[in-house]
Design a binder for this molecule. Structure first.
Ligand code: NAG
Ligand code: NAG
Length: 474
């Protein structure tokens, strides 16, 4: 079978045995290698009704890099396994630093009232070095649960987590078909989107504060029973420089990106369910209510690389019965329950996790087999390297390896973690740690050879005008 026919079949849906429910696509630079090239991590969450679906990516430019590692691992499932979220981590290396766009094809969306029958999402990656940060851009970072629900008579604001490691402003908007950001792009009519910059024009604000200066809120207002049902939400998050930024190619060519021009973009897709009206919208009765010590929404927590950390989540519901914690985060997060409404999420950051990892969670409860979901909360783990982190290997790191973190090390870092490198650890691989490198996996590195994931084809942009069926791969 020719590649084009194969892809056509994929796009027509015959290859998707399951239904798409949501995804979040982001990227960040990991290392600058000794030869000046950059390693990027494309990190995404994918949710289907089954755990078996593979991911289909199409490069829309000449070069989307060389995939040096790839993994797709289960994050979380709801307790009846009606949906399964997995996390994909692609580490890509590049011979040139030309910007590129790469598109994810997700197959058929689960049934929804706004007519989105096919899923596609785009991310555009700026690989040229920025004059203001001295490094390659990160996309806006975000996360969300694959399925959010609210009774039709209750009001709810979904305050999406948005932050940008480069200090850019983050804006949200609906995707457009012309830009290939979605195939069926009708927004959910029951939600209204507002994207506000609270620090607009205040250019002297320190970068660390600027990371929080934007908001992206979807508001749901009490509505009629006739609006009950399931909706597909497809958003684009863009990072926008606050002042002009010069980006430089390998060959020295410079381009000025004007303030207000998008630099990169992330995609956020989820399923929104409007449930039948409930007797009371007061949190803590039917709808679960968070209690201390649950972290506040948008809390930032510090996370030392290679050391486990935990967040405790507590919730109550006096009329309904709390049934589960749903979360979206790195695949190696461990969820445990220590009694009704009490949960712990435990996670150990590793070198491939970059500077930050966002987590989102909500608690669900059941009453007369009707489900109720708490508000969504999201927190960010800021990863840092302990001071004496692997001192015996320090000389092997690329010289500019995470330089901005070198001054942040805590004094109480435990030496016992330094002895865990695998015996077959090879210094020649120092330039790119596997993204799923983790202490507990030290004795068996994944076999990259067999994990390589080759995008199905490379298609010139002009062939994409009539998504999805006009795509071909000759
Ligand atoms: C899991 O999700 C499905 C689909 O929304 C739902 O029917 C099922 O009741 C959920 N299970 C639990 C325990 O929440
Ligand atoms: C639920 O019950 C607890 C214990 O009786 C009480 O403190 C709390 O206020 C109740 N919650 C609501 C929302 O009424």
């Amino acid at each position: 079978m020719s590649l084009s026919l194969l892809l056509l079949l994929l796009l027509l849906g015959s290859a998707w045995a399951s239904l798409f429910l949501g995804s979040v696509l982001t990227y960040y630079p990991l290392h600058t290698n000794e030869d000046g090239s950059t390693t990027m991590v494309l990190r995404y969450k994918l949710t289907y009704d089954l755990c078996s679906e593979s991911d289909v990516w199409v490069c829309l430019d000449d070069n989307c890099g060389f995939l040096s590692s790839y993994a797709l691992k289960t994050v979380d499932q709801n307790s009846s396994a009606a949906w399964c979220q997995r996390e994909g981590i692609q580490t890509r290396r590049f011979r040139s630093n030309a910007p590129f766009m790469i598109e994810f094809f997700g197959g058929p969306w689960g049934s929804n009232r706004n007519g989105v029958s096919y899923m596609a999402a785009l991310t555009s990656v700026e690989l040229r070095k920025r004059s203001d940060t001295g490094r390659v851009n990160s996309s806006p970072q975000t996360n969300v649960l694959p399925e959010l629900r609210v009774p039709s008579n209750c009001q709810r604001d979904i305050d999406l987590l948005t932050f940008d490691p480069d200090g850019d402003e983050v804006r949200c908007r609906y995707g457009t078909r012309a830009a290939l950001e979605c195939v069926h792009c009708t927004p959910a009519p029951v939600l209204s989107l507002s994207s506000v910059s609270t620090h607009r024009g205040r250019k002297q604000v320190p970068r660390v504060l600027l990371r929080w200066s934007t908001s992206c809120t979807l508001s749901f207002s009490s509505t009629l029973p006739s609006d009950e049902g399931t909706y597909a939400v497809q958003l684009v998050m863009e990072d926008v420089a606050r002042q002009p930024v010069t980006v430089t190619r390998d060959d020295g060519a410079e381009t000025v990106l004007q303030a207000d021009a998008p630099i990169g973009q992330s995609a956020v897709d989820f399923t929104f369910i409007v449930d039948p009206a409930v007797e009371s919208c007061t949190e803590g009765l039917y709808l679960p209510r968070f209690l201390p010590p649950t972290p506040a929404n948008r809390a930032r927590l510090s996370a030392a690389v290679d050391r486990p950390l935990e967040i405790s989540i507590k919730a109550e519901a006096n009329i309904s019965t709390i049934s589960e914690l749903l979360f979206s985060g790195p695949y190696n997060t461990i969820k445990t329950s220590s009694g009704a409404g009490q949960y712990t999420l435990r996670w150990t950051p590793s070198e491939g996790d970059g500077e930050n990892q966002p987590f989102c969670f909500a608690v669900q409860a059941v009453f007369n087999s009707v489900q109720f979901q708490s508000e969504l909360r999201c927190v960010v783990f800021n990863n840092y390297y302990p001071t004496d982190y692997n001192p015996q290997f320090n000389n092997n790191y690329p010289t500019n390896y995470n330089q901005q973190f070198n001054n942040n090390y805590p004094t109480n870092y435990n030496q016992q973690f330094n002895n865990n490198y695998p015996t077959n650890y090879n210094p020649q691989f120092n330039n790119y740690y596997p993204t799923n490198y983790n202490q507990q996996f030290n004795n068996n590195y994944p076999n990259y050879q067999t994990n390589y994931h080759v995008p199905p084809c490379i298609i010139p942009r002009w062939q994409h005008k009539r998504l999805p069926v006009s795509l071909s791969c000759n």
